[in-house]
Design a protein around this ligand. Structure first.
Ligand code: AMP
Length: 288
């Protein structure tokens, strides 16, 4: 039997979502705090390796794991040779270049040669400035870069930002985005060769969960006379499904898949059109 070993973060921001994603495709994943770092998690077909998110690209490139979940920022920074199979819908953040609020720097063009930039992403930051023909001094830090301009350890920072509140708290202003990041599913070239079919199956299962997460299954009884009007605001994967209601010709049952953020608007429109029995349900998986 082919065993797929998946590396996921053992702690930090991506750990819980990565474990939840594997659970959603049926793997038994203990909580990372159980301290066992390599677990068998699905009738012998899967193993889960808990690792530092920074080590995951190297493990996957070298074959210690077949696939892995980590941040795109880390994949790009470490530069290991891995294939990106799928962007995932968590861990969204931006590697952001920021300067003190009271500095005259408002855009990357204002950054003078010789300026120092504190970051945990020295490779990405160097190539970002190289592409713009600028020579900066990269000050490599392991975290908490935001404090460095305030204590005179660097002129600017490049750090991961989600909402920008940490920047504001430290009196910093974002001046550019070096990289848009989110969690990604990666695979190693060797594994794709020898276990290609199993890895594609695994990625497709993950993909179906990711697709389903942002959608809802909506059902409603709609007046037959309003069907055309209702169809106009309902996309559906291939249009809504319409079914007869036994003993009624003034109403039909309608089923449709809609995006989560459209649900509230659609419910209002359906009510206006006289729909009744409106139900909204989660979808476990969606294969498109
Ligand atoms: P951490 O657990 O803080 O070491 O971060 C691990 C990964 O989580 C990062 O490399 C990013 O891919 C991702 N991440 C998502 N949002 C943020 C954020 N606001 N700050 C830092 N990392 C984030």
């Amino acid at each position: 039997m082919v065993v797929i070993r998946t590396a996921i973060p053992n702690k930090g921001r991506l750990a819980d979502d990565a474990a939840a994603l594997l659970r959603a495709i049926g793997l038994r994943v203990p909580s990372a705090s159980d301290r066992k770092l390599l677990v068998n998690s699905g009738k012998g077909r899967y193993e889960v390796l808990f690792a530092s998110p920074w080590d995951i690209p190297r493990y996957v490139a070298g074959g210690a794991a077949d696939v892995g979940i980590t941040g795109l920022d880390i994949v790009e920074e470490t530069g290991n040779h891995v294939k990106r199979l799928l962007p995932l819908n968590f861990g969204a953040c931006r590697l952001t270049l920021a300067a003190p609020e009271d500095s005259p720097l408002r855009a990357v063009d204002d950054v003078p040669d010789g300026a120092s930039v504190a970051t945990s992403f020295p490779n990405l930051v160097r190539s970002y400035f190289r592409r713009r023909g600028k020579e900066v001094r990269v000050v490599e830090v392991r975290g908490a870069a935001e404090v460095t301009p305030n204590v005179g350890a660097a002129d600017l920072i490049a750090d991961l930002v989600e909402t920008g509140s940490t920047l504001r708290m430290n009196h910093l202003r974002a001046i550019d985005v070096v990289l848009e990041s989110r969690a990604v599913l990666i695979a190693g070239a060797d594994a794709l060769g020898s276990k290609g079919q199993e890895i594609r199956e695994f990625a497709s299962a993950i993909g179906s969960v990711v697709e389903a997460e942002s959608r809802r299954y909506l059902m409603a009884n709609v007046p037959t006379a309003k069907l055309e009007e209702v169809r106009a605001f309902l996309p559906g994967i291939s249009g809504p499904t319409i079914m007869n209601l036994i003993g009624r010709d003034d109403m039909v049952a309608m089923h449709v898949v809609v995006t989560e953020d459209a649900v509230n608007g659609i419910i209002s429109l359906l009510k206006e059109a006289g729909a009744t029995g409106i139900l909204v349900m989660p979808i476990e998986r969606m294969v498109v």
